[in-house]
Design a binder for this molecule. Structure first.
Ligand code: 5GP
Ligand code: MN
Length: 344
């Protein structure tokens, strides 16, 4: 039996909003990942089965290996479609805010969402949700927002409205936020849900192939370069660092998503339990952090790089340039030495 994890009153309130309204917009976070796109599209497929008008909007482009997801061709990229997206947002009656906890994560989309008269419903699994949404479905113990979408639809009594496209989107988000069910994935509900999704008709193996075995040659060579040339280990701290500058990325014709998953690789090295990846963007350094065991990389991200996320997967930003960011990182490690040791 799949647990009823979402509070009864929240489910009833969302049900009421869906029944009473017609125009829905669904938004998600900057640098959309599989769970952002998966949960947003799953919600949109569900609303479409109820004959509602829905538009999915994300701040910027998502990786090409999610372009097979049903409905992804209709997603509005705010950066490229500001006018239409603003119109949809201002006309919406309800805005679902998926897979993000603070307005900052919506980046250039944030003001248009917050200023819209629509009722905002946040569905998310990050700690410390911001209060801008009227209805907040926040369950940080759940591995993915896509899993939450499944729970929500089921608890509304609409399981039979989960069609194949919706199921494929839910599975993709569940799979990518757990690294293909390799971390944060010990809950039995996950496998009961997958079993239901397979009943609906998803081809689990095919989805895995489309997402993970779909590298361009450049992306594979960039991975090799990062591992061979740019990986630095700090054995005393059980820590690894990879850095890539814009110039290096350009050499490999970098496209959105090409560095996804790089940060996980050093965790395969014996004794490494904390991995940090710094990628230079036009205006900042974007950090991805991963840990194994009890070391809370979200706490580290919050304290050192104004970031956040989950215990074992988090992110942050730095506006100091690459060299100073590396220095700040190296200088921060001694403070965390004991916590890192305890996690090995
Ligand atoms: P990724 O490394 O895949 O970009 O992000 C991993 C996790 O960290 C995601 O769940 C995301 O929500 C969180 N995250 C990434 N970047 C940031 C950031 O700049 N601020 C906060 N608060 N969380 C972030
Ligand atoms: Mn997520």
């Amino acid at each position: 039996m799949i647990s009823k994890i979402i509070e009864h009153n929240l489910v009833r309130e969302i049900e009421r909003q869906i029944n009473e309204n017609e125009r829905f917009v669904i938004v998600s976070h900057v640098g959309p990942d599989g769970d952002a796109i998966g949960s947003a599209l799953a919600m949109s497929h569900f609303l479409l089965t109820l004959c509602k008008q829905t538009t999915v909007i994300v701040p910027n482009a998502f990786p090409s290996y999610y372009q097979w997801l049903p409905g992804s061709d209709k997603i509005l990229i705010y950066e490229n479609n500001k006018e239409l997206a603003d119109k949809k947002l201002s006309e919406a009656q309800v805005i679902f805010v998926m897979d993000l906890n603070e307005r900052r994560r919506m980046n250039i989309l944030a003001n248009a969402v917050v200023d819209s008269p629509a009722i905002k419903i946040m569905i998310d699994h990050h700690l410390f949700p911001d209060e801008f949404a009227k209805i907040i479905v926040s369950y940080p113990q759940i591995a993915s927002t896509s899993e939450l979408v499944f729970h929500l639809i089921c608890q509304m009594g609409n399981f039979s409205d989960i069609n194949l496209p919706c199921a494929e989107c839910i599975f993709t988000g569940m799979m990518t936020d757990t690294g293909g069910f390799s971390y944060n994935s010990n809950s039995k509900d996950i496998y009961e849900i997958i079993s239901e999704l397979i009943n609906i008709g998803i081809d689990k193996d095919d989805i895995y192939r489309k997402v993970y075995n779909n590298y361009s040659e450049n992306r594979m060579r960039l991975t090799g370069y990062a591992m061979y040339r740019k990986l630095k280990l700090y054995p005393k701290y059980h820590t690894a660092l990879i850095t890539l500058t814009r110039r290096e990325l350009e050499q490999f014709n970098y496209g959105t998503g090409d560095a996804e998953g790089l940060v996980n690789l050093p965790l395969s090295i014996e004794g490494i339990i904390f991995s940090v990846f710094m990628r230079e963007e036009s205006d900042k350094i974007k950090l991805s952090l991963r840990s194994q065991g009890t070391f809370e990389c979200n706490k580290y991200a919050r304290e050192v790089f104004r970031g956040g996320g989950h215990i074992n997967a988090s992110g942050g930003e730095s506006y100091k340039g690459m060299q100073k960011t590396i220095l700040k990182f190296e200088e921060s490690l001694p403070k965390y030495e004991q916590m890192l040791k305890n996690s090995v």
